[in-house]
Design a protein around this ligand. Sequence first.
Ligand code: ADP
Ligand code: MG
Length: 578
Amino acid sequence: GLSNRSEEQVSGAKVVAQALKTQDVKYIFGVVGIPVTEIAMAAQELGIKYIGMRNEQAACYAASAIGYLTGRPGVCLVVSGPGFIHALGGMANANMNCWPLIVIGGSSERNQETMGAFQEFPQVEACRLYSKFSARPSSIECIPSVIEKAVRSSIYGRPGACYVDIPADFVTLQENASAIKYKECCMPPPVSMAETSAVCKAVSVLRNAKQPLLIIGKGAAYAHAEESIRKLVEQCNLPFLPTPMGKGVVPDNHPNCVAAARSRALQFADVIVLLGARLNWILHFGLPPRYQPDVKFIQADICAEELGNNVSPAATLLGDINAVCKQLLEQFAKTPWQYPAESKWWKTLREKMKSNEAVSKELASRNSLPMNYYTVFYHIQEHLPRDCFIVSEGANTMDIGRTVLQQCLPRHRLDAGTFGTMGVGLGFAIAAALVARDRSPGQRVICVEGDSAFGFSGMEVETICRYNLPIILLVVNNNGIYQGFDVDTWKEMLKYQDASIASPPMCLLPNSHYEQVMIAFGGKGYFVQTPEELQNSLRQTLADTSKPSLINIMIEPQGTRKAQVRIHWAWWRYTPLI
Ligand code: ADP
Ligand code: MG
């Protein structure tokens, strides 16, 4: 009746925004359109930062990186159907990485369901393979509790992606404001600890190790376990190996870091403590020939189902990495123990590190042009600020870059990750730059991309320029995927046949001026071919915090080989990859 009508009304869009605000969501990334534009605007009104991106996939990568870096989920806001489907790549990547993420998808109107509505798609069902939780509130009153559950599910237990579906008709539908009850902000996850007997077992196995090794994964980084792991490393004098994103939990330049002897360390260790790292392809499954057949694993993870994957562990520590490491420290404190520095194992590892480091130094010092990967990374490393974020993707660019670029701080490296996803770089860099802007202005984000990797979301350069994020994009350009042609070979090939028949599938346009993309939107661009040009451009971009920049670094398209065109259509199959 009349009294109802005079009550304060609130739209579904505003309820979504308020529920996110109540759950302490700080960032939304997305691409607006029908029916979610109002949600983005309502969120901004409440002071939630909205970053409009150029593709939902990149938006989703950015939101997931916020989750990893801050421990609270970022939100990716997408329209129904195709926009939603673009975001699935980002959800899959977040879920595989065990990073918290909330995706909010507009969907078609409830009363047009199954009628062939505009951009209609079974979105809640589609998310099941990509998420921990996927739901659609049945009324506006239900929105706050569904969003709270999504946030909670994303950070409790093994972190992951969650989906909330918002039908188009909810967005503008008005509801009595007093009917909406907001759930309290979800607390950080309760801390779980390992069984005492498992801790004792783990410590006794370690004490008897002849060739021990700690492996530090991104689960340890996510858990903020840096202090306790460092103590464990130092008090027990244990060699450690970080996984790609585990780099920096204990600094790469720590004397106990044996990253430069990675293969040797994995192959001959007799006891391995896994701290928040899975025995998947990145760690060669924990199986021979990359490991000893009788190596004993001590596995620590927050996810019970993970324990025992691929190997039969000697001890299983189910719990939060930081808490578990403190338990190990307490147990060791009862009868202190230190792995002897004079052991044969330490000697072997040190020798191997020395010889491996000498090889990459030699490669870096070669001054032939075009430059090789090692020369490029050597100069980048020389200029990197100690506290910068490093984002990296590409095949050789990421693999070789990881071995040269040093990480001193935890959670400061973002890369293709568990899923090996290419195209994550610019979204990750945007998220890192926003976190840096909030926490410590002046801190830089260096995004090291292969030329192919850059292409997946290159238009996000516009986003970077629009929000004036002083990101430094380095495109390590070899004219292709894995490898490419130099300009002359490319031209010669075109004389014979059209490129769609004759170009090796990995070739990209040689000498592409990617720096012009940055210049087009008002940032700074550099095209560099020599070590001197590389040094100068790095110096200039690092000195200028007012603008984003892109340095396009030309390197050998074919490694040490000179390409040859003696046209057999499949000649390139016989050219070994660099
Ligand atoms: P990496 O790629 O660095 O080897 P993975 O993603 O394979 O790392 O493994 C990370 C592991 O860390 C996952 O199995 C995940 O369940 C676990 N994990 C995440 N958060 C925590 C935490 N707080 N405590 C313990 N383990 C965690
Ligand atoms: Mg390339």
